[in-house]
Design a protein around this ligand. Structure first.
Ligand SMILES: Cc1cc2nc3c(=O)[nH]c(=O)nc-3n(C[C@H](O)[C@H](O)[C@H](O)COP(=O)(O)OP(=O)(O)OC[C@H]3O[C@@H](n4cnc5c(N)ncnc54)[C@H](O)[C@@H]3O)c2cc1C
Ligand code: SF4
Length: 330
């Protein structure tokens, strides 16, 4: 194990100042991803800043219908919160289908959206090239084992997918990431938080050194209550998504007034199906054929790799079923 020092700041300003001035430092919350990355030698911080003493674990259901979830709230607490379950079932479900009970008790919401790809070339390092681990070295998955990799937005530099289930639900609901740095606070729309790989796949998101996630805000959305998270995976528990869909829908009777669809397991960031959302307006939730055609609008630019062509069909089926399940709750 890589040696490191540990401190436990009780003031966010102190934590941010140390993080900002020391590129070898890293925040640690539940440690369920970071410690694994250190064991895999994918990241080697010399100093860990344990942020668990900071007051950032509350879950507030606000009168305007929004949710404000502290970055240190645990996955299990958020999933079990009555207002989360009532207002945004898609969030509760995305959490309950993730990891294991023990991990969810430890893992924080902030850490969850910061977790890194499960690409085996990145995690289980055996000297093969990986641009995310060693920029400029190449991408072994591009022409290697890529069954679990991206079908949207990938580049020659990296074809990895983002592993967080919660992030997919937050993308569908246009959540906001509240961040604090040395100069003050900034709010990042969820769609802008995670990056596509481009030429710099070592950067997963837009967070800069010295920036601490303090909370996630889920604004009130007309579609949130009739929402569902569907996760397709190789085994039924304790497994990351092959593909997943967060769906939320508002209806007039059986007709779709508006729909929100985001997918996981298909890109370097949660992937919103914007063209499908537009095409779904006015369609009946019972009209399978027209729903399929509408969803297909978002798959025109899907590009498979050697081993993952199956995802293009699987993802569309997943989106259809998630949408209809969400619709049954309207
Ligand atoms: C076996 C296993 C199976 C899993 N299965 C799933 C799954 O199916 N679906 C899923 O979504 N996840 C899954 N996970 C991932 C798990 O959900 C994450 O490891 C967890 O959510 C990370 O939270 P944490 O608090 O432990 O983060 P940590 O490990 O403490 O930190 C992770 C990263 O976030 C940074 N960080 C933490 N908090 C903040 C903050 N407030 N501001 C800025 N940066 C911060 C850290 O510096 C670090 O880079 C699995 C993990 C394991 C080990
Ligand atoms: S897909 Fe990305 S993480 Fe995986 S080997 Fe290629 S560069 Fe590395």
């Amino acid at each position: 194990m890589h040696p490191f020092t540990l401190s436990r700041p009780v003031d966010a300003r102190d934590a941010i100042a140390v993080h900002s001035g020391d590129p070898q430092s890293a925040f640690i919350a539940g440690g369920t991803d970071l410690i694994g990355l250190m064991k895999d030698r994918a990241t080697l911080p010399a100093h860990l800043l344990d942020i668990n003493a900071l007051p950032m674990a509350s879950i507030d259901a606000r009168p305007d219908g929004s949710l404000q979830i502290g970055a240190l709230a645990r996955m299990s607490d958020v999933a079990a919160h009555p207002s989360v379950r009532e207002r945004c079932p898609v969030i509760a479900e995305s959490l309950l289908f993730a990891a294991s009970g023990q991990l969810r008790n430890m893992a924080s919401i902030g850490g969850n959206i910061m977790q890194r790809t499960r690409c085996a070339y990145f995690r289980d390092y055996d000297g093969l090239p990986c641009n995310k681990r060693a920029p400029g070295s190449g991408c072994s998955a591009l022409r290697g084992l890529n069954r679990g990799h991206a079908i949207f937005g990938w580049s020659e530099s990296c074809v990895a997918t983002h592993p967080s289930d919660l992030a997919v639900a937050l993308a569908a609901l246009d959540a906001i990431v509240h961040v604090r740095n040395g100069a003050g606070d900034r709010a990042i729309p969820f769609a802008d938080f995670h990056r596509l790989p481009g030429d710099t796949p070592e950067n997963d998101n837009v967070l800069e050194r010295g920036e601490l996630i303090v909370a996630l805000e889920v604004p009130p959305r007309t579609e949130s209550r009739a929402s569902h998270y569907l996760k397709v995976r190789d085994r039924q528990s304790y497994e990351f998504a092959l593909v997943s869909t967060a769906a939320a829908v508002a209806t007039d009777g059986r007709a779709i007034r508006s729909a929100r669809l985001a997918m996981g397991g298909v890109a370097h960031r949660p992937w919103r199906l914007a063209a499908a959302e537009a095409a779904l307006r006015g369609l009946s939730l019972d009209d399978d054929a027209r729903l399929k055609t509408a969803i297909a609008q978002s798959f025109k630019d899907a590009r498979s790799l050697t081993h993952n062509a199956f995802k293009i069909e699987l993802a569309q089926r997943c989106a259809l079923r998630a949408l209809q399940t969400a619709g049954a709750r309207a």
